[in-house]
Write a protein that binds this ligand. Structure first.
Ligand SMILES: [Zn+2]
Length: 319
């Protein structure tokens, strides 16, 4: 983490639904929850638990709601997106304090297969449709996440920034710090920043592997550009989508997060409200310690202290 006040994302939705015994079988994965009353009730509670844990932003459960993921399953993408966003908004209303709801824009094909990214015209048409549905449903920002190639990310980012809503872009990187396509995050940043994206980052890699690509992004983006980081715990599974483990407890997750030079931090697959609560507790503690030490010595300590991304930058639309 960098110095200042953190902006907290929520943690995992799909794997948290699975922990709470909602069917998350592929291909619908987390979108299964949008097809039953029970699923929607549990989803709403997951969102509420993240808000109570300290998340500043909720991500609507729209990761697998695009037409391609739903193909042949008899579900309408627009309707599922409407339900997903409405459920997150209901949780915010129940929580009683405002919190932006991000629309998740996932890869059109398998999360970890850059070789399957569709041709440009298909990417453009399908991302355009989903982004329109998200805007209609009332999201506050567009989170283009888990991207495996620069090509698909750029297509989605152009469409997202054209809506006037803030657009953030996050990639999946391998242990060596490169995007799964083998491309460099530095080149991705050079292509995406001129498009007007408001934040860039890395997600859905093991929590201990994110620091390398984030450091590379930080070098290209400069010290003030908002970087996003949310890692996973567990591993992907071809049938169930994800196998949860408790291998990284909240305390360990926090320790990994402390190595990320990012201002926007949360959790991806396998993380829980307790992981977010740990980040939140530490954020408050860090700020208090910073104030104490800062007033005493006239300087700030290093570590998780006083992260305050400029909210006007992060949330202002592209005019
Ligand atoms: Zn993930």
């Amino acid at each position: 983490m960098v110095k200042g006040e953190l902006l907290l994302l929520d943690g995992a939705t799909g794997t948290e639904l699975s922990r709470r015994r909602v069917d998350t079988g592929l291909p619908l994965w987390s979108a299964n929850a949008l097809t039953t009353d029970t699923g929607l009730t549990v989803l709403r509670q997951v969102h509420l638990d993240y808000l109570n844990a300290g998340a500043d932003i909720l991500t609507a459960n729209t990761f697998r709601t695009h037409r391609r993921a739903l193909a042949g399953k008899g579900h309408d993408a627009r309707e599922l997106i409407r339900r997903a966003v409405a459920t997150a908004q209901e949780a915010v209303a129940e929580f009683g304090q405002p919190a932006p709801v991000a629309g998740s824009v996932a890869p059109l094909e398998d999360c970890y297969r850059p070789d399957l990214v569709p041709p440009d015209d298909e990417c453009r048409a399908e991302h355009c449709e989903r982004i329109q549905h998200l805007v209609e449903a009332g999201v506050d920002l567009l989170l283009i996440e888990t991207m495996t190639s620069i090509r698909e990310a750029v297509i989605a980012a152009k469409l997202a920034t054209a809506t006037g809503l803030p657009a953030w872009v996050s990639f999946v990187c391998g242990r060596e710090g490169r995007i799964l396509s083998g491309e460099s995050v530095a080149i991705a940043a050079e292509m995406l920043m001129p498009l007007g994206v408001k934040a860039l980052g890395v997600n859905c890699g093991p929590a201990h592997t994110l620091a390398k690509s984030l450091a590379e992004l930080r070098a290209v983006c400069g010290p003030d550009f908002p970087l996003i980081a949310y890692g996973n715990i567990g591993y992907a599974d071809e049938e169930q989508g994800w196998i949860n483990t408790d291998a990284v407890n909240p305390e360990s997750y926090l320790q990994y997060a402390q190595t990320w030079p990012a201002q926007i931090v949360g959790g991806c697959c396998g993380t829980t409200p307790e992981h977010i609560r740990k980040l939140k507790d530490c954020r408050s503690l860090g700020a208090a310690v910073a104030e104490q030490i800062g007033s005493g010595r006239g300087q700030e300590p290093q570590g998780i202290v006083k992260l305050q991304p400029d909210s006007t930058t992060l949330f202002s639309p592209n005019l």
